[in-house]
Design a protein around this ligand. Structure first.
Ligand SMILES: *Cc1c(COP(=O)(O)O)cnc(C)c1O
Length: 372
């Protein structure tokens, strides 16, 4: 029997802080304030401090985080929201839910992130279709922050707002600035498998804009006004559970250390695999949170089978680009095409990545990969 390596190992993390988690959960059970209890605002303060953001508003999940920002900006039918074609579906689902049009933009093969030339040409494509270009959502795929300056230069000149989908990149940084402190708004997710995950669903929005933060505070609570049963706008029900906030407070305490451990895993993979495989490209100005470590390979099926036979899990994020999904194939896309994102769907392979992977496990992964 070969021993199975975990793709993401949440048990080892839990073991490390189990006592703190038990106490935190017990405290919530004791005070009984399950909705918007004191832990929620404590965690929001901790989040703000962590990434140097003026405001942090938690919510029920990372998808709602995107939806709430779009709602605050009044996005709806007739509006184009530019999204990378290679991402998790939630990025496009949020604008689609609001009746806006997700508009697919191609990505860069070496960074997996939005290609800004494709974005720029998509703006006039959208106008030709009679849409109003309103928002661009760069996604920090696999943990690598987007090149904010490039995207923002184009966006600003066209009066388009930038919403960064940092569901995978919280903890990363760009030019020394933490993810969460740049852009008009940044959203993240605390889904268990994300770099900072809870034990259920959770999400947050970061912004430097006080009036946006006040709007979001109302939107996440049924559009509340000053009083609880005063509803001044149409909102949604999207709050972070007190229990999840209590868990996240403890997890955030070890998060910096975990990011360093993730970086060490990535460094090891890079040093062993570059030259043999196409390894992720992270330029000097960027620090990834290493949500995933993803290779581009030609013989994916064969490689995956071999890893599997040796007890090594690997995952394809994502087997289809958005334009190839039945639910999304009718939305418009860049007139320069989506070749890179559609190709990537056939070539990407993510390797085991988490802070507590042991060196003998890493050595095994690399040894099997090198046997091809
Ligand atoms: C996970 C994820 C989301 C959605 O987060 P949920 O908390 O699962 O709703 C959005 N965008 C990207 C890129 C993601 O990876």
């Amino acid at each position: 029997m070969t021993e199975q390596i975990s793709f993401i190992d949440l048990k080892r993390q839990q073991k490390k802080i189990r006592n703190e988690l038990d106490t935190a959960i017990k405290n919530v059970l004791d005070h009984g304030k399950y909705i918007m209890g004191p832990e929620v605002s404590i965690f929001e303060n901790d989040l703000r401090d962590f990434c140097n953001s003026k405001h942090a508003i938690t919510c029920a999940n990372g998808t709602d985080a995107i939806t709430m920002v779009l709602m605050a900006w009044g996005i709806g039918p007739g509006d184009a929201v530019f999204v990378p074609n290679f991402t998790y579906v939630a990025t496009a689902e949020a604008p689609a839910q609001l009746g806006a049009t997700p508009f697919f933009v191609d990505v860069n093969e070496d960074t997996f992130n939005m290609n800004f030339e494709s974005f720029e040409s998509s703006i006039s494509d959208a106008i030709k279709l009679g849409l109003n270009p309103k928002v661009v959502i760069p996604v920090d795929l696999f943990g690598r922050p987007s090149n904010f300056e490039e995207i923002n230069k184009v966006a600003q000149s066209k009066n388009i707002k930038v919403l960064i989908d940092a569901a995978q990149s919280f903890g990363g940084n760009y030019k020394g600035k933490c993810v969460g402190s740049i852009g008009d708004a940044t959203t993240t997710s605390f889904f268990p498998a994300k770099p900072l995950g809870c034990y259920g669903d959770g999400g947050a929005v970061f912004t430097q804009d006080k009036s946006l933060s006040e709007l979001l505070n109302s939107i996440r609570f049924h559009g509340k006004g000053e009083e609880k049963y005063d509803n001044v706008r149409i909102g949604i029900n999207s709050r972070l559970d007190t229990l999840q906030a209590a868990i996240l407070i403890e997890k955030l305490k070890i998060f910096r250390q975990e990011l360093e451990l993730r970086q060490k895993v990535a460094d090891f993979y890079n040093s062993e695999l570059s030259g043999i495989f196409n390894v992720p490209r992270i330029d000097n100005d960027f620090k990834s949170s290493w949500a995933q470590y993803t290779l581009i390979v030609e013989n994916r099926d064969e490689l995956q089978k071999k890893l599997n036979k040796n007890g090594i899990p690997s995952v394809v994020y994502y087997p289809k680009s958005l334009s190839q999904q039945d639910g999304y194939k009718d939305y418009p896309y860049s007139s320069s095409g989506l070749k890179i994102s559609e190709d990537l769907a056939h070539k990407v392979l993510s390797l085991p990545m988490h802070p507590y992977i042991e060196s003998n496990e890493l050595e095994k992964v690399v040894k099997i990969l090198k046997q091809t």
